[in-house]
Design a protein around this ligand. Structure first.
Ligand SMILES: [Zn+2]
Length: 373
C-alpha cells in the first residue's frame, strides 16, 4: 500500500515523509484519531516507504521486492499485533488461524473497525483484548534479526485494548528498544492506556477525513437511492460510515420494493400476488425478514404521519413518491391493527415459525385492514 492509495490525510502524509527524509523517524509513534480516518492504511503505507529499496520523492516505489512483500503482507520485517478473545490458554492454539484471518482481512481492505474484526474472528460479543499471549508474541517477533538489514516494524492495532500484562511487556521493550525497531501504535483513544506508554510515544494526531477525501473514498461505488452529497454529509469524515450509509441505502431500496409489493397486492385484493409475495419474501431468511418487518413498521408509521405533516425529512425520493400515493390508506382506523400484525409476525418468525405461513397470514390481515371504511 502506497501513500497515493490512501485517500485524504495529506498533511499527515507530508509530516511522515518529512520525518523519513530528515532521518528523524521516532522509534515509537502513536497514530491517534477517530474511527474510519485511515490510521491503519497510513501506518502500512509509511512502513512500505521505510522498507522500500528504491524510495521515490514522496512515496515508496511500489515495484521493488520489498514493496511487493509489503503489498502481499508477507514482508518478514513487518509485524502486526491485534486484539483477540478467549482465555490466555486458548489464544496460543487459535493464533495461527487468527493470523491467517488478519492477513486476509488486510488484503481485502485495510480500513476496518473493532466490530468488523470481532465478526471476522467470531467473537460473538465477547470483548477483545491484547493480552499476555499477544505481549509475548510482540517480544518474540522483535527478538528476531531484521531479515533485510533495515527496519523491523511492529504495528499494534488498537493499543487501548492492551491489558496490564501486555502493556507492561511493551513498556519494557519501549524502555530499551532493539536497534532499528519501529513501533506504530494505532489508537482511537488513550483514556485507558498506561500513561507511561503514551508518554513514550510520539503522538501523530490523525484528524477525521475531509469531505473531499470521503468523495474519493466512495468513488466507483454504486449509489442506490442516495446522492454522493448525502453520503458525505452523513459520513462526517468517517469513511467506514460512508460505506455503511451506502450499504444501508441499498438494503432500504430492496425493502421498499418488498413493502410496495406487499401493500399493492393487499390493496388490490390480488390473492395470487399476495401468495407470490409471501413466497418471495420468505426467502429473505429469518434475520432479513425481521429487518424487513421492522422497516415495514417504520413505513407504516411514516404513512400515518405524512397524513398530518406535509414534509417529512430523511426519506429517499422513492420512499417519498410511494408515501405520497399510499399514505392515505393508512389512518386512525387501521394503523393500530396493521402495526400489531406486523409486530406479531416478526415475533413468531424470530421464534422459528414457518415464515411463508406467517407472511401469508399477514397479507390477509393487511388486506382486511386496508379496506376498512
Ligand atoms: Zn519499493
Amino acid at each position: 500500500m502506497q501513500f497515493k492509495d490512501v485517500v485524504g490525510q495529506e498533511s499527515v502524509k507530508s509530516h511522515l515523509i518529512q520525518e523519513y527524509k530528515s532521518n528523524r523517524v521516532s522509534h515509537a509513534q502513536m497514530f491517534l484519531g477517530p474511527r474510519g480516518a485511515n490510521k491503519l492504511p497510513l501506518a502500512i503505507a509509511f512502513s512500505q516507504l521505510l522498507l522500500c529499496q528504491n524510495p521515490q520523492e514522496s512515496d515508496s516505489c511500489g515495484q521493488c521486492e520489498s514493496c511487493k512483500q509489503v503489498q502481499n503482507y508477507s514482508h518478514p520485517d513487518l509485524h502486526f499485533a491485534f486484539p483477540a478473545f478467549g482465555s490466555e490458554k486458548e489464544r496460543g492454539p487459535l493464533n495461527g488461524e487468527r493470523e491467517r484471518k488478519w492477513l486476509e482481512n488486510l488484503k481485502e481492505n485495510p480500513l476496518f473497525d473493532y466490530e468488523h474484526w470481532s465478526d471476522v474472528i467470531g467473537a460473538g460479543g465477547k470483548l477483545l483484548s491484547l493480552g499476555r499471549f499477544e505481549g509475548d508474541s510482540i517480544s518474540k517477533k522483535l527478538s528476531l534479526k531484521s531479515f533485510s538489514g533495515g527496519y523491523k516494524i511492529m504495528i499494534i492495532w488498537l493499543q487501548e485494548l492492551m491489558n496490564q500484562t501486555c502493556a507492561n511487556n511493551l513498556l519494557k521493550i519501549l524502555e530499551e528498544p532493539p536497534a532499528k525497531t519501529l513501533f506504530i501504535l494505532i489508537s482511537e483513544n488513550t483514556e485507558n492506556s498506561l500513561p507511561t506508554i503514551v508518554s513514550r510515544t510520539q503522538i501523530i494526531t490523525i484528524p477525521k477525513l475531509s469531505d473531499q477525501a470521503i468523495l474519493q473514498g466512495i468513488e466507483g461505488r454504486q449509489l442506490v437511492g442516495i446522492t454522493a452529497e448525502e453520503v458525505v454529509r452523513r459520513a462526517n469524515g468517517n469513511l467506514l460510515e460512508a460505506w455503511e450509509v451506502i450499504k444501508g441505502s441499498e438494503k432500504k431500496e430492496l425493502f421498499l420494493d418488498q413493502f410496495m409489493h406487499l401493500m399493492r397486492s393487499c390493496y388490490t385484493k390480488d390473492v395470487s400476488k399476495m401468495l407470490d409475495w409471501s413466497e418471495g419474501a420468505s426467502k429473505l431468511g429469518r434475520d432479513g425478514l425481521v429487518d424487513f418487518l421492522s422497516y415495514s413498521l417504520y413505513m407504516t408509521r411514516q404513512s400515518l404521519m405524512s397524513n398530518y405533516q406535509s414534509e417529512l425529512t430523511n426519506h429517499s425520493s422513492a420512499e417519498a413518491a410511494f408515501l405520497n400515493k399510499f399514505a392515505r390508506f393508512i389512518n386512525g382506523n387501521n394503523v393500530q391493527k396493521i402495526y400489531e400484525e406486523i409486530n406479531q409476525t416478526s415475533y413468531f418468525i424470530q421464534r422459528n415459525c414457518n415464515p411463508k405461513i406467517m407472511l401469508t397470514g399477514l397479507t390477509f390481515q393487511i388486506m382486511r385492514e386496508l379496506h376498512k371504511a
